[in-house]
Ligand binder design. Sequence first.
Ligand code: C2E
Ligand code: MG
Ligand code: MG
Ligand code: MG
Length: 287
Amino acid sequence: HAKDAGRNTCRLFDEAMHVEAQEMLRLRSQFLTALEQGRFVLHFQPQLRLGDGRVLGVEALVRWQDGDSLIPPAQFIPMAESSGLIVPLGEWVLHEACRQAMSWQSCYDSPVVVAVNLSAVQFKRGNLEQAVASALAGSGLAPQLLELELTETTLLHQTEAVLSTLRRLSQLGVRLAIDDFGTGYSSLAYLKRLAVNTLKIDQSFIRNLSGDPDDANIVCAIIEMAHKLQLQTLAEGVESAQIADLLRQMGCDQAQGYYYSRPLPIAQLHAYLRRQQAGERTQPGGR
Ligand code: C2E
Ligand code: MG
Ligand code: MG
Ligand code: MG
C-alpha cells in the first residue's frame, strides 16, 4: 500500500507540475498578445523635494490592463524576467515613459524627470544602451530628464559587461538611481564611482521610522553617508505627514509615497501637476 501511496503522490506531483507549466505557457502567450495589442499601461507617482514640496520627478510603474482589472507588476514581472519577455516589455516601458515625460513638461514650470525601473535581465539580454538611446531620440526627451532605477542585486551580479553598459548609459547623460537601497549589498564609494545620482531608501526602513529606533538610525546613517559622497537621497513609501517631517529633519532630499500621491494614470498626473503648480504660485511666500 505504501508503494501505491508513493506512486499516487508522484502522479499528483506530476500533475501539479504539468498544470503549473501549462499555466506558465498560458500566461506567456497572454502576455505577448497583451504587448502586441497595447494593453500595458504606465502609472506615474510623483517624487517631491522635502524642503519645499516641489515635484522633481515621477516614477513610471507598469500595469497590465486585463479587461476591467489592472494586474500589478508583482504578478507578471517575475514571469517576464524568467522568460526573457522583460526585454520587449522593458523597451516598451522606456519608449512610453519618455514619450509621456514630454507630455507633462508643459504642466509644470520646471522640468520633471521620469524614473524608469530596469531589471537585471535587461542588462544581460537585449541591447539596453541602444533601447535607451532610441527611446530618447524617438521622444526628443533630454537625457538628463530620464533616470534609470536599478537595484543593488543588479549591481551585485554584475560582470564587466554590466559595468561598461552602465558607464555608457551615464555617458548618454541619463541619471542613475539605486532602488530599494539598504536591502542588498553595495558599497557607497563604489556607487559614487558608477556615477549614481540618487539612493532610493527602501520602504521597509521608512514604514516604522517614527517607532523603530533601529530604522531611524539606519536611515540617518544612509543619508549622512550619501551626502558625504554627494549622492541624493529619496525616501520611498512615505505614508504620513509625521514620517515626512522626520525625514525632513534628518535631511533627506526627496520623498515619494501615498501621503503625496498614489501612482496615477497619465491624465490624473497632468491634473496633479497643474494643481501643485497653482498651489505653489498662490502660497504666500511660496514659489
Ligand atoms: P519599486 O520600483 O520599488 O516601486 C515602488 C512600489 O511601491 C510601487 O508598487 C508603488 O506603487 C508602491 N508604493 C509607492 N508608495 C507607496 C506607499 O506609500 N506605501 C506602499 N505600501 N506602497 C507604495 P508597484 O507599482 O506595485 O510596483 C512594484 C514593483 O514592481 C516596483 O517596485 C518595481 O520593482 C517593479 N516594477 C514596476 N514597474 C516596472 C517596470 O516597468 N519594469 C520593471 N523591471 N519593474 C517594474
Ligand atoms: Mg522603482
Ligand atoms: Mg523601491
Ligand atoms: Mg523594487
